[in-house]
Ligand binder design. Structure first.
Ligand code: ASP
Length: 361
């Protein structure tokens, strides 16, 4: 009996991959999704059944809002039982945010959701779009010896590397190698063959059904510290009446100025029930609030450590948790623990920095 063909749903949200150059202005404009399929006839050779849905109109990803995340989550939820895997085509600019957001929405995921996009439209001669798309589909369709999905989590594939979605960041505006996952090993490397690093890929939960939580509270802010930041800037952000969560981007291992007005502003914000999470501005390493006096002070105030998570992951996790109706205290507690592999536990952090260098390039 012939093995059943794997079925994949392609969701085109927009982005460069499906754009075309306006001959008059030279600007890139969204085009009909068929343009993408016509330009990648190889899709027919992949040996899986591919269907597609598209956002109408397609979005430049700089225009993505939490409402679009809900829309995307609903599309996947609606088709979850009908397909073996999902490939989401998304503009690169905010792809790491959307991939992070989707990782929180889908609890108990047992099928692959692979995000990809490109730096050049598929119609361009030197495009990276074709390879990214074809490999993302291959990954979404990959099965293990027992016929189970090889990568049952939300991931992002870009130029040779598969990353956990909520560990990735866009790191280059013009290189084909535009994404990186600095604090977690790559999940797979696609060279002449695709090598999966099974030990770091999430396992599908046994006996658990999927729960979808497509609710986000956008009343959050990112406050990036810099030397000389003024009281006015800090206070105007922290005193926003609707504010419920803050990603505080600090220096090094989680350090901030020890100025009384700054600490007072944080203290009164936490006292109002706003959850503040400490994330480092460094691209590798983690927040350790026990290392310096300033970290200890922040901890005493009630600032939560984001450990080695990215700003994208912490911001979307805050929006997600606040959107579920948890109290500030509950959100604070849940921010401190990994929910979908978005941050490492103490014992993992050392190991990962070693492993990441083994798996990288
Ligand atoms: N501005 C585009 C977007 O994010 C860039 C891209 O797709 O690479 O939608």
């Amino acid at each position: 009996m012939a093995a059943q063909r794997v079925s994949i749903l392609l969701v085109y949200t927009g982005g460069t991959i499906g754009m075309v150059e306006n001959p008059e202005t030279g600007a890139l404009e969204p085009f009909d999704f068929n343009y993408l399929q016509d330009n990648v006839p190889e899709l027919r050779l992949l040996g899986c059944d591919i269907s597609s849905v598209e956002f109408s109109p397609p979005l430049d990803s700089s225009a993505i809002t939490t409402e679009h995340w809900v829309q995307l989550a609903r599309v996947i939820e609606e088709h979850y039982e009908d397909y073996d895997g999902f490939v989401i085509l998304h503009g690169t600019d905010t792809m790491a945010y959307t991939a992070s957001a989707m990782s929180f929405v889908f609890e108990g995921l047992s099928k692959p959701i692979v995000f990809t996009g490109s730096q050049l439209p598929v119609g361009k001669l030197r495009t990276d779009g074709k390879e990214n798309l074809i490999t993302a589909i291959e990954i979404a369709a990959a099965r293990d010896e027992a016929g189970r999905p090889r990568v049952p989590e939300v991931t992002l594939f870009f130029e040779n590397y598969l990353m956990r979605g909520n560990r990735s960041s866009k790191v280059s505006a013009d290189q084909f190698s535009a994404f990186e996952s600095y604090n977690y090993p790559h999940l797979a490397y696609a060279g002449i063959e695709i090598r999966y690093h099974d030990a770091v890929i999430a396992k599908a939960p046994q006996g658990r059904t999927l729960a979808v939580h497509p609710h986000f509270d956008p009343n959050v802010a990112v406050l990036k510290l810099f030397p000389g930041i003024t009281r006015g800037v800090v206070e105007s952000i922290l005193s926003l009446p609707t504010l419920r969560g803050v990603v505080l981007e600090t220096f090094g291992s989680g350090n901030a100025p020890m100025l009384p007005w700054f600490l007072d502003a944080l203290r009164s914000t936490v006292a109002r029930g706003v959850v503040i999470v400490n994330v480092t501005q460094c691209v590798t390493g983690y927040v350790d609030m026990m290392r310096y006096e300033t970290g200890i002070l922040l901890q005493k105030i009630g600032v939560v450590s984001g450990r080695d998570a990215t700003t994208e992951a912490v911001l979307t996790k805050l929006m997600y948790l606040l959107g579920q109706g948890f109290s500030s205290e509950e959100v604070g507690q849940l921010m401190a623990i990994p929910l979908r592999g978005e941050m490492s536990l103490d014992q993992e952090m050392e190991g990962f920095s070693r492993e990441t260098s083994i798996y990288r390039r």
